[in-house]
Design a protein. Sequence first.
Length: 289
Amino acid sequence: MNFEAFVNDIESNKWNVYGVEVYEAGKLTHSFGDTTGLHHIYSATKSVLSVAVGIAYDEGLFNLEKPFIEYLPKDKTSVLSDEQYKTFSKISVKRLLTMSVPGFPFRPEGDNWIDFSLSCKVTDPDKKEFNYNNICAYLVGVCLTEAIGSDMGTFIEDRIFKPLNIQDYEYGRCPEGYFYGASDMKLSVHDLSKIGLLLYNKGTYDGVRIISEEYTKLATSVHKMNREGGYGFFIWKYKDGFRISGKWKQKCYILPEREMIITFLSHIEEELPELQESMEKNMFKDLTN
């Protein structure tokens, strides 16, 4: 591994990477830049929500095979047409977790995101086609809030952030006040690494179990194939491991077989394959599919 060469590429190319961390065998071995300041993690928020799903799943509070519509507030579902209710009744929570619902647009809009989401037309609810969007994650957050009967933001603070010793964070809410599980969270590089370490250690952190090994395996396994190699429960397949990912190059690569975790937060809006190519070339030259 040549961490210095990776950092040199970042600096010489003026790539807008805030900070980088590398863990080997669960221990922090290399760091660069700002690893403690808060930065947007965008869709990496979805992976934090997946951990919250795991806690509720392990405690028997959340059934992944249940139609998601059955978890939503009754005042929202009772006004749906019979056809729309029947359509959504064919879509399980697991389908939302794996982004396998065709028809949803990318993000909710307007002043009421539940109403907007439930107005979307899913013409073939039995078709399990990969369709990456924020509505799936948003609806999972709403369903989970209703299932546990308490605020999802507070739940994440108490059940995930406290045991991971994550003290500085920000997160957003939808117009109705629900935790927005698809995006709008800020964490540091160091604290996003902790989410990676939790998954790397099969659900434990610093000897404390937060989610079960069963759920960790489910969440990080491929349930739906796509052009990037596959998708689990809001977690992407990556080579011989998996990754947490945000839209402007916010990444946490978890490679259990190599005993490595690489995390970096950036703000790079343009396509920049050279950043990942530099990481792969310098950090593990023998990386194969």
